[in-house]
Design a protein around this ligand. Structure first.
Ligand SMILES: Nc1nc2c(ncn2[C@@H]2O[C@H](COP(=O)(O)OP(=O)(O)OP(=O)(O)O)[C@@H](O)[C@H]2O)c(=O)[nH]1
Ligand SMILES: [Mg+2]
Length: 453
């Protein structure tokens, strides 16, 4: 599928159990020739039969005693990764571990990188990316509910849903394109009713899938609050005054914050993490583009969002900015108007907004208590078939929803645009399944895994 070298051309090894001291260690070898490699390291016994445990004696140094071990060999196509592989169970101990791994390295194998086994399974088409990602969420599960939800994804429930939804979209696109390709005359956009019939089932399926995310806000980890808004809106100043520490640099220069700055807010009962992000703007260069993308990628999941606006701006300009906000932010942000100390007008249209001054602290206490209330909101019921989405998956599903909404809104502009929006929606889905996930995103996903997985 991608780089063949990374799918089994090289033999990799890792400890896939807890590190010593331990009674037993499990080592894994993966890649073409794993069995031959292990056989070269044995002083007695040999691995011949696949999937049959064999008692062996391992030679791991010139003058050292052989180590009794049990080895299992997996033939190509039959293992978790899809490659030829060996699992080795042997007595736990640091010198043994170092000695055996050193021996494997002498034989030409190399240490696996974090998540490399799972990555190989994905690259070999054994699992899709949604299942690969869930290996990490299963390991990280904090309680039984989290574990059950993660295991549903591992077993392929998300993958099946994404696949079905993707096929639905492809069918609609094909139908529309058939009209575009073969008609001699001008192609009309489908009527409102026809469009409804085409899109509604897909939208319903997506909503049903999003609904399965149901996750208690007060659940795993510390709830997060993101500060979003234009450059110079006063985000970093607000972070500093909220946490009572000068964590972020502030300046009259627009674009001061270029990376995510994190602060912790604690009221004794509960803690909140506050993330100050670079101001939302058109990126000027590559580094800025990456910084903004990173910030944008953070905005998903259950985080509360503070939409921070310089309160000295005109109502019309603030309203226009609000219209431009991504849908997933609009729905759930608390509006904050800064520069209360320099306020020149009232902005009654934003009656629900919080006015604050980072210069004298006015309004900051009530915003702080509102934040704690927001994250303590009723978590909602946990869906009985909840799926443990990663932030990335959740984000992509929301992007898909946005594209479908845009398709519906823009349908009257012509079938070409409609098809383009639907293609985009389908593209977001293929990033979840991994068919169209950029290499650097894969690197980031698998880098978070532990070694040996
Ligand atoms: N008087 C007054 N000045 C403020 C207030 N909030 C921010 N400022 C000033 O406005 C300027 C911009 O504030 P920042 O906090 O750096 O703005 P930002 O949104 O983090 O900007 P970027 O990092 O560029 O996106 C700074 O000079 C702050 O001192 C406020 O409530 N009152
Ligand atoms: Mg800033």
């Amino acid at each position: 599928m991608r780089d063949p070298e990374s799918t089994g051309g090289e033999i990799i090894f890792a400890l896939s159990s807890s590190p010593p001291p331990a009674r037993v260690m499990i080592l894994r070898l993966d890649g073409e020739g794993s069995m031959g490699l292990l056989n070269r390291c044995l002083s007695s016994g040999s691995l011949i039969e696949p999937r049959t445990p064999a008692r062996v004696q391992l030679r791991w140094g010139q003058s050292d005693f052989p180590i009794p071990a049990v080895a299992v060999f997996w033939a190509k196509g039959k293992s978790w990764t899809g490659n030829e592989g060996v699992e080795l169970f042997l007595p736990g101990g640091q010198p043994i571990l170092e000695g055996v791994l050193g021996r494997f390295a002498d034989e030409g194998a190399r240490a696996a990188t974090p998540g490399e086994f799972t990555r190989r399974a994905f690259l070999n088409g054994k699992i899709d990316l949604s299942r690969a990602e869930s290996v990490a969420t299963v390991i990280e599960a904090e309680d039984r509910t989290a574990l059950a939800a993660a295991r549903r994804v591992l077993s392929g429930e998300l993958a099946q849903n994404i696949d079905a939804l993707s096929r639905q979209l492809i069918d609609i696109i094909a139908l529309l394109e058939a009209g575009l390709d073969f008609s001699e005359q001008e192609v009309e956009s489908p009527s409102g009713e026809a469009l409804e019939q085409l899109l509604q089932p897909a939208e319903d399926a997506l909503d049903a899938l999003l609904e399965r995310r149901r996750w208690p806000r007060s659940g795993p980890g510390v709830p997060r609050v993101l500060l979003w808004g234009w450059p110079n809106a006063g985000k970093s100043s607000l972070l500093n005054i909220l946490v009572g520490e000068d964590l972020a640099i502030t300046s009259v220069e627009a674009g001061t914050t270029t990376d995510v700055v994190r602060g912790l807010l604690d009221n004794g009962d509960q803690a909140l993490e506050i993330l100050d992000l670079p101001g939302d703007r058109e990126p000027g260069g590559e580094i800025e583009r990456l910084a903004l993308k990173r910030a944008r990628d953070l905005i998903c999941g259950d985080d509360a969002i503070l939409w921070v606006v310089d309160g000295r701006r005109s109502v019309d300009s603030i309203k226009a900015e609000y219209q431009q906000l991504p849908e997933d932010i609009k729905d759930r942000c608390l509006k904050v108007l800064t520069h209360l100390d320099q306020r020149t007008h009232l902005h009654e249209e934003f009656g629900e907004a919080f006015w604050v001054s980072s210069s004298d602290g006015e309004g900051v206490n009530s915003l702080r208590s509102e934040l704690f209330k927001t994250v303590q909101l009723d978590p909602g019921e946990i869906h009985s078939a909840a799926l443990r989405f990663t932030r990335r998956q959740w984000h992509l599903l929301e992007r898909c929803k946005e594209s479908l909404q845009r398709a519906r809104r823009g349908a009257m502009a012509g079938p070409e645009l409609l098809v383009a929006d639907l293609r985009e929606a389908q593209q977001w889905l293929s990033e979840i399944s991994g068919e169209a996930t950029p290499e650097e995103v894969l690197d980031r996903i698998f880098a978070k895994f532990c070694l040996g997985k």
